[in-house]
Ligand binder design. Sequence first.
Ligand code: GUN
Length: 304
Amino acid sequence: MVQQSAPMTARILDGKAIAGRLRRELAEHIRRGMAGHGRAPGLAVILVGDDAASQVYVRNKKNACAEVGIVSEDFSHTLPADTSQQHLLGLIAELNADARVDGILVQMPLPAHIDPEAVIEAIDPGKDVDGFHPYNVGRLAARAPRLRSCTPYGCMKLLEETGVDLHGQEAVIVGASNIVGRPMAMELLLAGATVTVTHKFTRDLAAHIRCAEIVVAAAGKPGLVKGEWIRDGAIVLDVGINRLPDGRLVGDVEFEAARQRAGWITPVPGGVGPMTIAMLMANTVQAWREHLGDIAGETTGDMP
Ligand code: GUN
């Protein structure tokens, strides 16, 4: 008799729950550190202009700060869309010099008249909690990460949750952006995976995905990754957050079809998104420890 294997349904990687646990651990870590140092971590969040999606992201980041005990409102700035680059750089210089501020985040995208590279490079690398400064990107590329880019770092935490040994795993990243695809490649390489980065010039995306034991989809195109391409048992991390005309939020992966084949999969929403914010909190706490001279965790304990 021919044995038919039952169709597989992926386990859900519940980023919302995992991020909630991380935030509780960070809150406890901050509480203990406060007792020793009397100063909470400080994060300055800067929003320029009135992009609707950015307003939502910034609000979520500030709410997460309040929840874990990071001081944010006192140092944050909402600036009009016609703010000059010179003014923004001046504000960053002030925040760089302010010893109460451990992290500085400038929400992207910026208005077209401001050069994002000039802004990112103006931030003190020790306060660059987005991990976007060339110093921090370079540290990750050179296998000695300091502050790590939040979304790829969150994806690595999700991979850790699966318990899968990443050494030698075939990983395929869809999208080669500075914020996700490129640092994700560095993270996976550091973890010992064999990494392929696909992008808009890739000739046969399906052929790459069919071989992948880990898929990280970060192209910002709804349904780009077909469920039928997913290799049996693969881990699928969907970074895409796309709003459809009917108002639904979907990722870059065909979720229902992919979950029939994958071993693990992130939902959208509630997968990678909450992890990005949790890692921003973790980076701010790491910067705070370094600014307090408590790198070994003598006062604040081990990092979550
Ligand atoms: N815009 C989209 N994602 C991000 C992010 O992670 N950080 C910042 N600063 N801006 C973004």
